[in-house]
Write a protein that binds this ligand. Structure first.
Ligand code: DGJ
Length: 755
């Protein structure tokens, strides 16, 4: 809608202050507000664009110079007409230092803050100014609306479109931008963020995460004071090793599960990212999120456009619990592949055999999988390579032909044998990578990312294939296509990605503009091209997203995957904490949580922890004693009965393991007629236990619930009387003691509505 036209206010549409004045003041604006409005009308003719969900609003507003700013972010106002007044209540711009509330902050003109975009024009000029041109609001369906705002530089032929896709019921916004080069020559993008937001508040508290291999998702909360705090990574093939692109931002005070204003945000990009939080001179907060511009100047030829990845966020003024449930609903419905479907339980051989297996051993494991009752057997690393057999992690990667010594009859035979045993068959691949000791490396050294003038530097003895090269894309697609063509019954893929990019140089790109600095971006784009092709041909087969653990857990990659591997650390005590943190951003249907031999906890604890996600096993079944096997079989059966709640229910966190001696959390179905409740001791101090009741959440106060303990270890009795019935009101106000303690370190309880 061009500036100066139209007027009527409907959901997601804009209005101009002049035309609105009569309409508003006549109907409901109290006289004192009308005065303010009149003042603002004299001030300038402005376009106001409210972008709303059921609960929230982000309001964009132009100033007299047609610059687009953010005037409001938070819970939506009851009277949308009042959005136009908000900007005047707090200082958001300073003619000397810049537009700190800019909706997409340019660089090189008069802004002095961190920019969202920085370019070098074809003539070498580095200035950019962006002015509002028009916007449109398109209703994609009854829940989804896309608002597009067009900005243009008045002096140079550069355009930026800002996209805001709202998911009304889920209160989620997906935001990205497109930069268009209409100049005659090549425009260089020096920085090109996805989203630029602006928040007002008393104070801001950022919870972000740090860690390393097998040590993912350790939270840290910092009050954001003057200056810039940056979350970023420069790993090339994945977003996370030390720091993921997911965070929580609390406004005014640190949000709890039930209270406080909080934004959960995450970037959908499987490569280098950068998220800046900058306090401006008025103690308002600027957020800029996108691809990391580090070593990534990107050339845009005349007539081309560049689309940035999505920044995804939700906001709640009722705490982290509600915010995360919103994100889960969105992710299940709109993002994760088959997010509302079901998942396969599995037995994986990685920790049971590592590289040491043959056909006989594997067929034995198929039988073990069947005995356990799982749906699928997953063959991990080590099945390929002949000239350089994959008997360790130093050889064979890239040579995707069955090792004839280990598997003389090939994968097809294994698929059939597994089926005969009564389980499906899945397989591990890491198709983006190569060991220098491989036939692939010998044949195609030019496909490998490395600096010709420098010694090779390895991560887990391997190098990364150059996915910017279409031939490499064909090769990677071919690895999967070949497996599926030869084995149409292949039921599952675990796609791993262990190495990061060192010595970023592409032989393929070397003659193009900004050759090496476009590699980081083109690598990830190349990966998505391959995944698109895989999903076009094999739309349904479940795939696990693994990156030496949780390196690649992001919402762009999860478009193509049904689940992810959160960490190689499967110590159940550590997993309680890790799974807890992941659960804020990613729904549990996508968490692959396996029972392994890591840690010192009893089998029941290990199993109960894995049951709060997508249950799998990575143990030697034949080593289980009679009771352990009986318990494990029973666990798989129990899991099948509760998996609907774990996969599709609403998650309520009851007791945070960082603040208590135990963790407690609960899944409730939509009808509030069933719930499953997990409690895990995280302290082994003498005499420690739940001690008192835990307040349940998410139930219907008027409904009555029967309480039953599940998954008892054979020969043990429940400490809970099974015939008791309680109202939801009672359980949420008085609570219930799950009686977790040193003897009962984990407790699973089912609540079922009784009439
Ligand atoms: C790293 C993964 O995270 C493990 O689960 C396993 O698949 C190994 N790679 C295999 O090399």
């Amino acid at each position: 809608m061009p500036s100066g036209t139209s007027s009527c206010f409907i959901f997601g549409d804009s209005f101009q202050l002049y035309p609105m004045q009569n309409r508003l003041s006549a109907r409901w604006i109290p006289s004192f507000l009308a005065t303010i409005l009149t003042t603002s009308l004299v001030y300038a003719q402005q376009t106001v664009i409210p972008i709303e969900t059921e609960q929230n609003a982000l309001v964009l507003q132009t100033d007299a110079s047609k610059r687009l700013g953010i005037s409001y972010f938070g819970t939506r106002l009851q009277q949308p007409g009042e959005y136009a007044l908000v900007g005047r209540e707090s200082r958001q711009k300073d003619e000397n230092s810049g537009i700190s509330n800019s909706a997409y902050t340019p660089s090189g003109s008069w802004n002095l803050f961190e920019p969202a975009i920085r370019v070098t024009h074809a003539d070498g000029n580095t200035s950019l100014e962006l002015q509002y041109q028009s916007h449109q609001t398109q209703k994609v369906d009854e829940n989804v609306t896309l608002t597009t705002v067009l900005l243009k530089d008045p002096a140079y032929a550069v355009e930026v479109s800002l996209y805001y896709k709202t998911y009304r019921r889920e209160n989620v916004v997906e935001q990205w931008s497109t930069i268009r080069n209409k100049e005659k020559g090549t425009l260089t993008l020096n920085k090109y963020a996805s989203a630029n937001l602006y928040f007002t508040g008393q104070s801001f508290h950022l919870t972000h995460y740090h860690g390393g291999w097998a040590h993912e998702m350790n939270p840290e909360t910092t009050e954001l004071k003057a200056g810039i705090l940056t979350l970023d990574s420069k790993l090339g093939t994945r977003a996370n090793l030390f720091q993921p692109p997911s965070f929580m931002l609390s406004f005014d005070e640190i949000a709890t599960e039930e209270t406080g204003k909080v934004l959960l945000g995450t970037l959908g990009w499987s490569g280098n990212f950068r998220i800046d939080f900058e306090n401006d001179t008025y103690n308002n907060l600027r957020l800029i999120a996108g691809i990391n511009p580090h070593a990534s100047e990107y050339p845009l030829a005349s007539g081309q456009e560049f689309q940035t990845p999505s920044f995804i966020y939700t906001f709640s003024d009722h705490g982290k619990g509600e915010a995360s449930r919103n994100l889960h609903r969105w992710a299940r419905k709109y993002r994760i592949l088959d997010g509302e479907g079901s998942r396969l339980t599995l037995l994986n051989n990685w920790e049971a055999t590592y590289f040491d297996f043959d056909e006989q051993k594997l067929t034995g494991l198929f039988a073990d999988g069947k005995k356990l009752g799982v749906d699928l057997f997953l063959l991990d690393d080590g099945w390929f390579g002949n000239k350089y057999p994959r008997n360790g992690d130093n050889a064979g990667l890239g040579d995707w032909k069955e090792n004839v010594k280990k598997l003389p009859h090939g994968i097809g035979y294994l698929v059939k044998e597994a089926q005969k045993a009564g389980v499906k068959f899945g397989i591990w691949i890491e198709p983006e990578m190569v060991n220098p000791k491989s036939e692939l490396y010998e044949k195609h050294p030019d496909w490998v990312i490395k600096q010709p003038e420098r010694p090779e530097h390895y991560f887990r003895n391997q190098l990364v294939l150059d996915l910017s090269n279409p031939k490499v894309q064909d090769f990677v697609f071919g690895v999967l296509d070949d497996l599926f063509t030869k084995n149409p019954d292949l039921a599952f893929i675990k796609w791993d990605c262990n190495a990061v990019i060192y010595n970023a140089h592409s032989e393929y790109l070397k003659n193009s503009k900004q050759a090496d600095s476009r590699l980081y971006v083109d690598y990830v784009k190349g990966l998505y091209k391959v995944l698109e092709r895989v999903r076009a041909k094999y739309p349904k087969v479940p795939m696990m997203l693994c990156s030496g653990g949780g390196g690649r857990v992001d919402y762009e990659a999860l478009k193509y995957f049904t689940e992810f591997w959160p960490s190689d650390n499967t110590d159940p005590l550590e997993r309680v904490f890790m799974q807890w943190e992941y659960s804020y951003f990613f729904p549990t249907i996508a968490h692959c949580d396996h029972v392994t031999d890591w840690g010192k906890q009893p089998l029941k604890f290990r199993t109960d922890v894995a049951m709060m996600g997508k249950l799998g096993y990575d143990i030697v079944v034949s080593k289980l004693d009679e009771k352990e096997l009986e318990f494990s079989k029973q666990s798989v059966e129990t899991y099948k009965k509760i998996s609907d709640l774990v996969w599709h229910g609403d998650l309520y966190r009851l007791a945070n393991p960082r603040e208590n001696d135990y963790a407690s959390l609960q899944f409730v179905n939509e009808k509030k007629s069933r719930s499953v409740w997990f409690t895990y001791m995280v302290s082994s101090r003498y005499g420690v236990g739940t001690g008192r009741s835990v307040l349940l959440k998410g139930l219907d106060p008027a409904k009555k619930y029967a309480i039953k303990e599940l998954n008892l270890y054979p020969g043990t009795k429940s400490a809970i009387t099974s015939d008791a019935v309680y109202t939801g009101d009672y359980l949420m106000r008085v609570g219930f003691n799950p009686v977790a303690n040193g003897n009962r370190t984990s407790v699973i309880i089912e609540l079922t509505e009784v009439n």
